[in-house]
Design a protein around this ligand. Structure first.
Ligand code: PCA
Length: 333
C-alpha cells in the first residue's frame, strides 16, 4: 500500500513557492506539538499504530514536531473528531470512515456486507474508491494520511444463533448506519454504542448482540458478557487518519515530508497488524471461553440475504458515481 505522493505534491506546490519567497523560510522552525484525537482505546492495534507513527515523526524531525495521541475519545468524542480536524481545532485525527455515510454513500462502501471480505479484496476496494474519497475530503480542507481496515466482522451474542431468528427482538449494538440497518433487517433493535462504552452497555443489559471484529471483542473482554462468536467475515470497515491541509501547509517542507513518510509506513504496518489480529484475537476469544464457530448454512443464508438488500440500497443512494466505483472493483479480478 502506498500513499499517492502526486496528490500531496500538487497540494503543496503553491505553499512551497510562497515559503521560498520569504526570508523567514530560512529560519529554523520552532518545535511544534500536535494533538491527535482517536476514538479507540490504548490497547487497540490502530491506536498502537498511531503511537508508532508519532514516534516516527518525532524521530525523523529530531523533535521538531511531536504528536500526542489521545485515545478512547478522551480529547474529542468519536462523532466530533472529523469536524475538529476540519475546523482546525486539532491538526490531525482518526475516525471510522463509514460514519460519514450521511454525507456521501461512497464513505460507506467498505461496510456493505459481503462485498470485500478478504484483505486482498479490501485493498482493491480502497484503491478504486480512494480517488473519489480523497476528492470529497479535500473539498473540506482535509487530506488522507493513512487508512487501515479492521479485521473481518463477525457476530457476537449472549446466546447460540443457529439461523438468525434467535436475534429477533435482541438489543443489537451498532457503530454506524450500516450496522443499524443490518440489525433492523435481522429483526433486532439497534442501539449506537461507542467502543469505550461497550463493556458497560453489555453488563447493564442495554445490548446483547453485536457485529464487530475479533479485535474489538477481545479489547473489550467480550467473554465477560457474551457467550458466542460466529466468524461471519461480513466486511472490513476502515479507520482513516486525516490532517487539516492548512495545518500541514504551515509546517516546513522537511517536517511535512517526515509526516508523509511516516504515514506511508503506518499504512503498511497497520494492514499487517490487522491481518495478524484476525488470527490472534479470534484465538483470544476462544481461549477466554467464548464459543467460536463458523455460521451455519442457515445463518449464512440469512446474513447474505440481508447483505443483498443492503447492497441494493447502497447502489440506489450512491447513484452513477457509486456504480462506476463498483464496476472498477468488479473488473479485472
Ligand atoms: N471495531 C469498531 C468498528 C469496527 C470494529 O471492528 C467498533 O466496534 O466500533
Amino acid at each position: 500500500m502506498t500513499i499517492r505522493l502526486t496528490a500531496i505534491a500538487r497540494m503543496f506546490a503553491g505553499a512551497a513557492t510562497i515559503a521560498g519567497a520569504t526570508a523567514l523560510a530560512a529560519l529554523p522552525a520552532a518545535a511544534q506539538s500536535w494533538d491527535m484525537p482517536v476514538p479507540y482505546g490504548d490497547n487497540n492495534f490502530h491506536t498502537l499504530n498511531h503511537v508508532a507513527f508519532a514516534e516516527d515523526v518525532a524521530e525523523a524531525t529530531g523533535g521538531a514536531l511531536t504528536i500526542t495521541v489521545h485515545p478512547a475519545g478522551s480529547l474529542f468524542k468519536h462523532p466530533e473528531i472529523k469536524n475538529a480536524v476540519r475546523s482546525g481545532q486539532v491538526p490531525v485525527g482518526e475516525f471510522l470512515l463509514s460514519r460519514l455515510s450521511n454525507e456521501n454513500a461512497l464513505y460507506e462502501l467498505d461496510s456493505v456486507p459481503f462485498l470485500a471480505t478478504s484483505y486482498d479484496a479490501a485493498e482493491k476496494l480502497w484503491e478504486v474508491s480512494r480517488p473519489k474519497i480523497e476528492e470529497l475530503l479535500e473539498a473540506e480542507g482535509l487530506t488522507i494520511l493513512y487508512a487501515v481496515p479492521w479485521p473481518p466482522q463477525g457476530l457476537y451474542a449472549d446466546r447460540a444463533v443457529d439461523d438468525g431468528s434467535e436475534l429477533a427482538g435482541a438489543k443489537f449494538r451498532a457503530y454506524n448506519t450500516a450496522t443499524e440497518r443490518l440489525a433492523t433487517l435481522m429483526d433486532a433493535v439497534p442501539t449506537q454504542v461507542e467502543v469505550p462504552d461497550l463493556a458497560q452497555a453489555f453488563s447493564t443489559g442495554r445490548v446483547n448482540a453485536m457485529i464487530t471484529s475479533p479485535s474489538t471483542g477481545a479489547n473489550t473482554k467480550a467473554w465477560d458478557y457474551l457467550s458466542h462468536y460466529y466468524d461471519a467475515r461480513g466486511w472490513m470497515p476502515k479507520n482513516i487518519v486525516v490532517a487539516n491541509i492548512r495545518a500541514l501547509r504551515s509546517l516546513d517542507e522537511d517536517t511535512r515530508n517526515a509526516i508523509m513518510a511516516a504515514a506511508e509506513a503506518a499504512q503498511s504496518r497497520g494492514w499487517e497488524a490487522s491481518k495478524a489480529e484476525t488470527t490472534s484475537k479470534t484465538q483470544a476469544l476462544a481461549d477466554n471461553g467464548i464459543t467460536v464457530a463458523q455460521p451455519s448454512a442457515a445463518l449464512k443464508a440469512k446474513l447474505e440475504e440481508v447483505g443483498a438488500t443492503m447492497s441494493a440500497e447502497w447502489l440506489e443512494r450512491a447513484g452513477a458515481e457509486g456504480e462506476a466505483v463498483l464496476e472498477a472493483f468488479n473488473s479485472g479480478s
